[in-house]
Design a protein around this ligand. Structure first.
Ligand code: TRP
Length: 451
């Protein structure tokens, strides 16, 4: 068991701000700007958003505190952490294994989408012009070209691997400080533009915030929960791992609130900006994974390069600060538990993830999944987000609430006061019940519902 004298060889965040930035960087990514708007469009808007916000507050935030507690307490990777807090043969280490598998699979498709974002930097430099259809068709041309998709995927994985080899402190902290605030400012600008200068602003607000629960399917509810995990980087030990590089003196709850708040804010800002454009130009709401790549360029054709180039640069960067955390989880296990060197672990695992990603880069390769032919990218996304992350989250939640020792938990939290008791109550009862209920609902198995 570790104490306040933390092992220095694993590295630590340089400053408190360093942790908050890195964790925010992990949370804010394609999930907020690419995925949130497109799944909100597919699942019908307002009601989906409300369920998602509920899940962030009642499951996500408490669980983030839980993951950080485990990580900081043990200063270990997800597998080692569960062993350290329980015992060497503990079945809870399966949670860590599941997390590593999730990280592996998520990064494999994440890198492909991030590759599209990089490709769009160059399209933006060349300039968007012509009819709406012509601008939108660029997306189809990109994803259906195997050589282009694979090339951008290669570049993005290469960048991710290079930064993770450099180690947590050198790469992640320094860049986040400059680029995260820039992304925030640019999104704020786009949102204000959408609200004040287009005819779609009001429709976007009502689409996002006035719920019509009759439109929300059982799958929509499960996806809202899954997305809360995905966007906050929870349920696979990423926050646990980042917490393991944290120093003892910081206040976990404050930091978790900051990270969750900023993450949610960015997603909502992106949603308002994008749906303003969708309504203004009369574009397709449920256009799937291509949504941002098909809508924003239509606006950018009018605003010009000075806004489109920075947008895709910052989007790619946001994806990079997230992909780093995905790879870091996988690598930290092999470094800590198997005693591999960081370089070897990063190159080998990064390489395997890269190869798996090729399945997702090939848009024409399909698999039978839930009754229809689907692209690998969508299948991996669906399985990890809707099943693997919530299951990992449930196990982590139960572990923190019922297995971890009260003294250790309270020490990490910093007090045993009312807030601590409230958190414990949520982790013990509220979050697991929500998780299990949503799960059963998603599988259409809730006894008192009609499907
Ligand atoms: N949260 C990131 C996003 O929204 C993606 C991500 C990074 C992630 N690390 C994770 C998702 C760990 C789940 C688990 O883009």
């Amino acid at each position: 068991m570790s104490d306040n004298n933390q092992p220095t060889s694993r590295g630590n965040w340089g400053t408190r701000l360093g942790f908050v930035l890195a964790a925010t960087g992990s949370a804010i990514g394609l999930g907020n700007i690419w995925k949130f708007p497109y799944i909100t469009g597919e699942y019908g808007g307002g009601a989906f958003v409300i369920v998602y916000l509920f899940c962030v507050l009642l499951v996500g935030l408490p669980l983030m505190i839980g993951e950080l507690m485990i990580g900081r307490r043990t200063q270990k990777n997800p597998v080692g952490a569960f062993k350290a807090l329980h015992h060497e043969k503990s079945p809870w280490q399966i949670t860590g294994w599941l997390g590593i598998a999730s990280g592996f699979l998520i990064l494999s498709f994440y890198s492909v989408v991030a590759g599209w974002a990089i490709a769009y930097i160059f399209k933006a430099m060349a300039g968007f012009s012509g009819t709406t259809e012509a601008i939108q068709s660029q997306f189809g041309a990109l994803v259906t070209s195997p050589s282009a998709s694979i090339m951008w995927h290669t570049i993005f994985m290469g960048l991710t691997i290079a930064i993770v080899i450099g180690g947590v402190k050198n790469g992640i902290e320094r860049w986040s400080k400059i680029l995260m605030p820039m992304l925030f400012a640019l999104l704020l600008g786009l949102m204000i533009y959408g609200l004040a200068f287009t005819n779609g602003g009001m429709q976007a607000l009502s689409f996002l915030f006035s719920p019509d629960f009759s439109k929300l399917s059982a799958e929509g509810v499960l996806s809202a929960l899954g997305h809360a995990f995905f966007t906050l980087s929870l349920g696979m030990g990423a926050m646990l791992t980042y917490g393991s590089y944290m120093k003892r003196e910081t206040n976990l709850m404050k930091d978790a609130i900051t990270v969750s708040f900023l993450d949610t804010l960015i997603a909502l800002m992106a949603g308002v900006a994008i749906f303003s454009m969708v309504f203004h130009y009369g574009l397709e709401i449920a256009s799937g994974p291509g949504l941002i790549f098909k809508t924003l360029p239509v606006l950018f054709a009018q605003t010009g390069r000075w806004i489109s180039v920075p947008f895709f640069v910052l989007l790619s960067f946001a994806a990079l600060t997230s992909s780093i955390s995905l790879l870091e989880v996988v690598v930290s296990y092999f470094v800590d538990e198997r005693k591999w060197s960081r370089i070897k672990a990063t190159l080998l695992l990064g390489g395997m993830i890269y190869l798996t990603g090729i399945l997702s880069a090939m848009a024409s390769w399909k698999v039978m999944f839930r009754g229809s032919d689907q692209a690998w990218l969508d299948v991996f996304d669906f399985i990890t987000t809707n099943y693997m992350l919530p299951i990992g989250g449930l196990m982590t939640c139960l572990f923190v609430a019922w297995v971890m020792v009260d003294k250790e938990r309270a020490e990490e939290f910093g007090s045993k006061g009312l807030l601590y008791k409230g958190l414990l109550f949520i982790l013990r009862f509220v979050a697991p019940i929500i998780l299990i209920a949503v799960f059963l609902h998603g599988l259409q198995l809730l006894p008192f519902m009609e499907y």
